[in-house]
Each structure stands twice: as structure tokens, then as C-alpha cells.
Ligand binder design. Sequence first.
Ligand code: MGD
Ligand code: MGD
Ligand code: SF4
Ligand code: MO
Length: 889
Amino acid sequence: MTVKEYPGTHTTCPYCGVGCGISINRKSHPGPSAITVRGDTQHPSNAGRLCIKGSALGETLGDRGRLLRPHLHGQATDWNTAMSFVADAFADSIRAHGPDSVAFYLSGQLLTEDYYVANKLMKGFIGTANIDTNSRLCMSSAVAGYKRAFGADAVPCCYDDLDRADLVVLTGSNAAWTHPILFQRMQAGNAKLVVIDPRASATAELADLYLGIRPGSDTALFNGLLYFLAQHQHLDNHYIQHHTSGFQEALTSARTWSLQQTALHCGVPAEKLLAFFRLFAETEKTVSFYSQGINQSGSGTDKNNAIINCHLATGRIGRVGAGPFSITGQPNAMGGREVGGLANTLAAHMEFTRDNTNRLGRFWHAPQVALTPGLKAVDMFRAVESGQIKAVWIMATNPAVSMPEAGRVAEALRNCKFVVVSDCVADTDTTRCAQVLLPATSWGEKNGTVTNAERRISRQRPFLQPPGEARHDWQIICDLAQRLGYTKAFDYSHPVEIFREHARLSGFENNGSRAFDISLLENIQRQEYDALQPVQWPVNQDNPQGCARLFNDARFFTDNRRAHFVPVTPQAPLQQTCALYPLWLNSGRMRDQWHTMTRTGRARKLLNHSEIAEIQINPQDARKYNIEEGSLIALNSAQGRMSGRATLSEAQRPGELFAPIHWSETLARDARVSALAAAVVDPHSGQPEFKQVPIQVELLPCKSFATLICPDIVAEKLWQRLNSAKDKNLLHWYRVPCAEGYRYELALRHPLNGRSLGTQLLGDIRGIYWQQIETLKNQRYLAYNNTLQLLIIAGNRWQNLPDRRPLERYLEMELPRVPAKLLRPIAPGVKVLCTCMQVSRTQITEAIGKGLHSLAALGNALGCGTHCGSCKAEISALLRTARVGVAEE
Ligand SMILES: Nc1nc2c(c(=O)[nH]1)N[C@H]1C(S)=C(S)[C@@H](COP(=O)(O)OP(=O)(O)OC[C@H]3O[C@@H](n4cnc5c(=O)[nH]c(N)nc54)[C@H](O)[C@@H]3O)O[C@H]1N2
Ligand SMILES: Nc1nc2c(c(=O)[nH]1)N[C@H]1C(S)=C(S)[C@@H](COP(=O)(O)OP(=O)(O)OC[C@H]3O[C@@H](n4cnc5c(=O)[nH]c(N)nc54)[C@H](O)[C@@H]3O)O[C@H]1N2
Ligand code: SF4
Ligand SMILES: [Mo]
């Protein structure tokens, strides 16, 4: 890879919606390994801090696994051939079946400039609103909730409010893992933390008060709170009277929710609920911070409004340290909302009205602006399945893993007439379904802007040249537009030109009617764009320096300029448990991985926290199904199947399991948790109900286990063989990328007998790749060429296998001799808790045993928890289990 010098580049993290600033520096030698990644001390969101995912970014760079050339039907080709094929397919479909026969499915991980041109092409020029985004799965209920309450998709709060609040209520958010740097800001301030979540998450572990509610019961809880506030004279009557409407109706809906009734419904002790209600009632500076436990529900929009109602009733909005704060997940979820990435909005926060479509037509000189909303994600993939959509382009998202009924979505894509995928990674579940693959640039190469969860626009700046033939997403989209004949409207040569147009549109005939307005930036020059400092919208004549907090004038974007209370009635989850599927499955994020792991899965150290999907189950349930710690289990729903390793945990309420979202079919068998979720959605937002899925659990009857460690090239061939055998003996597998190859972990149905595994695996392939095979005792085999080609270790209990991680590095050595002691069985127990300092759970428990009884003491001795801090919750839990209490630093 050729490296251009950009010394000291300031850019933004490509993962979560916190939007941390990053400083890139380079050592003298070229190549991605010379890059150092540090938190940008000047960036207001993180002031120099980074979580483990951000600080491991350097390890995710490099060409291995990247998509480097366009592909057509599995063969590498050139850009011109690929793009004319794409343009013909889209043009043919539009000509024969109309514009609604084509679709784009985008992502909150695109830059604003990419997103803007995709939306402009689809809604303005092709003339259909069949353009939706993975944000539908993520924050569309938050958008719908804000729109109902404020008349605009406008997030009132900012991070500074978290620093200055006296109470932060986290509902359905595991911020300690999912927004780690924000969570550290909350902890650093004076605020008391209340966590509301059916599972005692890492965030709950660090809370002052934890309410472990019944899944899906949040609307009742906040109705109960509203009624309590009214009963005990905690309302801000002046605010309600002058700045809102609909209070009485909302209160009427809430009135049935007495404290006792609410406690019973939510499954929490009345005293605890009362403690929360009192705390909320008495604390002026309260921020309600909420996320997917609220949004990913069949009644997610109502849940959002139930929370917002309580803030309107107390006038706690638009003030320092107070407000309802829906936190976005992806780095540019907010940017996508600005440009109209969702099928039911237009660009620049315009809704589908005649005035707005006319306005856009005039602004873009667009021939056929879409007049009605398009298909939302779930409906879009249904239309792909039915053949109504004949050509679909998927950008920067992996729907074959992340959509509900993921297996069905993958099947629909495989059967679709024409699927284009642009991705930076070659092998994903979704790229496997495409006829055309287009190589996109990735973080470090891309140039543009993103907007974080507090409306702050930051620059992503390049510091690497694109590898191979990769191109920027905006360039690829404009190429298609040009080939479809829209030459002038898509004639951009640099992202600043797109940004200027986007800024100009935000102010176009706005006159205060639309919240999103960055018109002051409409003439930004390239140098200014390159130097652009993080700024929060609106950025206009009234707010030349941007604006931290919205609605401090209590004027909203509704018809009567008042905020609207929305009366809400609690709804049960759309699907119910039953005799066949008696358990609830909850799903979400792990600390060290990002989504489908196409990037974080490349950083070896990020896999040390958990390398296989760990499914949390209450010990009581585990006993019922004969499941032990570490057993391989499968979960089945009416829609699909997933498997992983059981982790027994009191953090789960009995009857409820939790599985991570990250694993995919490219990494493991039956790995996708979203394959289990039914495609049932919230009626207002179209957001799927991911968090409450009825399932059954099954113990996999594994009688033996094997580990194979081999370089890439051997892995590929070996894998083809293992897979093609369709071996009934193989019950489960997963793989872990290591520096020079892969480690496969297999679970087999039959016990090992004598040399069975050696015969089975080495028998056929002996002599093909390597010269020397050592058959050691106890099912240990080593095959060498010049370097280690294959290491096999097998045993009848996985707990009896040696620690496999130190063995991986023998792949990199010339003529290695794996020391026999490394091959001896030792109980693993080596889960790494502190990824930054590589400190294992065993080391920490031993140190606690030796008398180190606080986070600080452990930090001093071992270094754990002293860097990014994401592991503090787990260390606290170990301290608590050891019954020593946490003596705070
Ligand atoms: N490490 C990491 N961080 C990430 C991401 C990642 O992939 N990895 N992804 C980013 C993205 S895109 C997003 S959207 C955010 C998501 O951030 P979060 O929403 O914080 O993450 P989740 O783990 O999906 O779910 C949050 C919590 O909701 C709880 N929950 C489930 N059902 C209910 C319920 O009925 N009521 C309540 N009150 N809670 C419930 C779950 O138990 C879980 O602890 O994370 C962002 N940050
Ligand atoms: N069961 C269950 N399912 C869920 C959730 C849940 O909590 N439970 N959460 C949902 C939520 S909130 C979200 S946000 C989704 C996330 O799910 P996805 O969006 O499907 O997951 P990612 O792995 O982020 O997919 C991003 C893809 O884009 C590629 N990529 C990265 N950068 C670029 C780029 O610059 N350009 C291009 N062209 N490609 C790029 C990556 O390699 C990757 O293949 O999952 C949803 N699904
Ligand atoms: S908290 Fe972590 S993942 Fe999120 S933006 Fe900051 S460094 Fe990136
Ligand atoms: Mo998300």
C-alpha cells in the first residue's frame, strides 16, 4: 500500500454515535502498521479519550480481507464493465417496470456526502422513495417519537447536559459498553445513575439504582411516573399551559397506572419503583438517556413518547442538564436523518407534502421528485422476495445478518434478479448474495462529514490512499447517476461541493420552519472545509457558532408551535411466548465488537473478551435444560436458529436469555441472532421488534471437540472440504482470524475413538500441503512445511484442551517447534477482561484473593481498568462476588 503523508491528521471514529475525535500520527516507515491512533484532546466529544474499539482502529487497517476490485458474477472485472452492467440493470428495470422496481438500502455508517447524493439520485432523479437504511432498525422509533412531540426530528440535548445533570436515567441502554466515552462522562459528573433494563447489564452494575423490569414494560413504567408526578404536585403547570398541548389526554391514559399497579406490571418491588419516582420528581436536572431497549419494540414510538411526556410535564427540556436524550448508535445515523435517508422523509428534514416535493424539484432542477414515501426496510426486503423489486443496491450494511428473519432476507437476495453490494470487505454474508461487488473506500481513506448523537458535525479526514481500485461511495453513486443520464446534477469533483449543496438546501425557503439548518456553511471553501471544527447544528444567522441545546425558547416545530403530549397505552410485545417457544430472547451488543465484525473482527485483541457468541442464561433455566457453563446450545424460534456457548448468569431474569448480535455465517455456524426475530414492526416507525423474541433452547449433544490452526491458504482448502462433506458429525464450528491464518473450533457429535480425528482429517489430505506430520499422543497433530501448516488438537471435553491462543503465533515462525507443554490440557479460564492491558479474569480473581479489594488497588497492581475503562463494570462484579465491596478510588 502506498502511503501519502498526512502528518497529524484529525479525524473521527467510525464506530459509535459518540463521535470521538481521533488524532492520527505516523511513524517514519510506511504502511498501516506505522499508524498510531490516539484520542483527539481538542475534540469536545471525547477530550482525548477513546474506548477499546477506537484505540484498536490501527489494527483493523491493511489490505487483508478488503474488497480490492469490482466483481461481476464472482469474477474480478474493471470499473467500467461493472458500472455499465449496473446502469443497464437499473435502466432496464425502470424502463420495463417503473422506478418503484428498484431500491437502495443504505447505512448510518455512510458519510453525509455519500448519503446526500444517494438520496438525491433516488428521490429526485430516478423518482422513487424506495431508499431506506439500517437506521430503520436502530432509531426510526426515536425519530417518530420526536416528530410526534416536537414536530421535528430534533434531539434537544447535548453531552454537556450529561456532565451537568444531577440524575441520568438510562432506559434500555447499556452505555457502559455501547457509548463508553459518554458513560465515562456521566460517571465523572455528579449525577446519580438509574438503569432500567430487564438484564443486569454492565451499565446496571455501576448504577446507583437498578430496576430490572419485565421485558417490554417501559410504557407502563413511564405512565406510572407521569401519574405520580401529577399526584404529588411535581408538574410544571406554567410550562404545560403555555408551551404544550394534549396534557389532559396523556394524563388520562396514565391515570390507571398507580404505583402498585405499575410495580406489579413491571415486575419490580414497589419500594424500588417509588425510590425512582421520588428521585425523578425531586431532581430538576434530569436527563433521560434511552436507546434500543426502547426503540426495538413493536410499540417503540409510544415508549419514546412516554418518556418525553414526563419531561414536558416537568418542563425539563431545553434547559442545562435536562431533557429526553435518544442516543444514536451509528457514527452518522444523525447525518442520514438530515439528508432524508429514510424512505418516509425527504432531504433536509422535509416531509412528503406537495410544497416540499415542489421545493426540492426547484432546488435540484429534478425531473421527477418522488411524491410518496417508499418502502421501509422490512417491506423493502419483502418486495425483493416477491420480485416486485428487481434491482437493489446495498451500501455499507450487512442485511443478511442484521435484518429480522435474516435467513429469509439472505434467501430473497440470492433469488433477486439483480443485487449490487458496495462494501470495503470482500467476504460478508451479504456480499455472498450479490451479482456485482463494488469496492468502497473505508475509514482512513474516506473524506467527508458525520454528525454525532448531539448534532455535532465533525470531519472524517483521509490519511491513507485507497487500496486496490477502491472508490468513495459518493463517486460510485455519481458514476451510476451519470450513466443514467443525469450528468449535470451529479458532476461533483470533491465532497466539499456536495456539502455546500447540502448546506444550501437546509436553508432553502426554510425561514425557521425546519430544525435542520446549516445554511451559514453554504459557501464553505475547500480549505475551510478541511479545517472545519466540530460544530452542532443549527449553524445559521441566529446561531453562527452552532447551538448546543434546542428548545430553550420553548418554541417547537408543530403547527401551533407547542410541544405535544402523546397519550400512550402499554402494549404487549407483538409476539408471545407459548408452550413451544417458552423463553424470551433479548439481543444486543458486546463490549469489544462492532456489529457484524467485518472490521473489529480483524483486530485479534478485540476477540479476547469473547471469541464465540456467548448466550447468557439464568442458572435456574440452565439446570432445567441440563446446560452447564460453556455448553454449546442452540436457540430456535419460529423463524430460525442460532447457536453459541452458554454463559450462566444471575444478570438474566429466569425465562429470559441474551445473545450478541455480532456473529455471522462467515464466522460461525448458525450464528445470526437476527435470524430468530420475526419481521414484526412498530406501526408508526416500521422498526422491528428485536428485543422480545419467543424461543426454545436446546443443548447440542457434543461428544468431542477439535481446534485447527492453519494459515489462510490451508484454511480455505480445509474449509471447503469440511463444509462440502456436509458432515452430520460436525455440530458446530466457529473461526477466529489470527495474524497469519485462522483458528477453527469444531464441535462433533461422536466421541473420539483412537486415531479417529487424525484419520478423518489428515488421512485424505496428507501430503497435499505439507511434508511432515507429527502425530503426537492424546489427539495432537502437527503438520509442517517450512512453517507450521496445520495444528490439530482434539479432546472429548473442551475444558480439557490447552489454551489455544499462544499456539496461534507459531504460524508466523519459520520451522517452529511447538513446545510440548503448550499442548498439555489446562483449564482455559483465560478470558481477557481488560483488553487494553490484556489482563485476564483469572489474574484479577487471584489478585482479589490476595487482598486487592478495590478497582484502584487492582488498577495499580495489574493495570486493569486504567486505560479505556470499559472493563470496570466486570471488575466491580468480580469484587462484589468476592463479597469485598468496591472501595471507590
Ligand atoms: N460495543 C459496541 N457499541 C456499539 C455498537 C456495537 O455494535 N458495539 N453499536 C452501536 C449502535 S448502531 C447502537 S444502535 C447502539 C445501541 O446501544 P444500546 O441500545 O445501549 O445497546 P443494546 O445492547 O442493543 O441494548 C441495550 C439494552 O436494552 C436492553 N433491553 C432489552 N429489552 C428491554 C426492555 O424491554 N426494556 C428496557 N428498558 N431495556 C431493554 C438490553 O438488555 C440491553 O442491555 O450501540 C452503539 N454502540
Ligand atoms: N437481533 C438484533 N438485530 C439487530 C440489532 C439488535 O440489537 N438485535 N440492532 C440493529 C441495529 S441498531 C443496527 S445499527 C444494525 C447494524 O447492522 P449492519 O449495518 O448490517 O452491520 P455492519 O456490520 O455495521 O454492516 C456494515 C457493512 O458496511 C461495510 N462498510 C463499512 N464502512 C463502509 C464504507 O465506508 N462504505 C461501504 N460501502 N461499506 C462500508 C462493513 O464492512 C459491513 O459489511 O443491526 C440491527 N440488527
Ligand atoms: S466511544 Fe469508542 S466506539 Fe464510540 S466513538 Fe468513541 S472511541 Fe469510537
Ligand atoms: Mo444501531
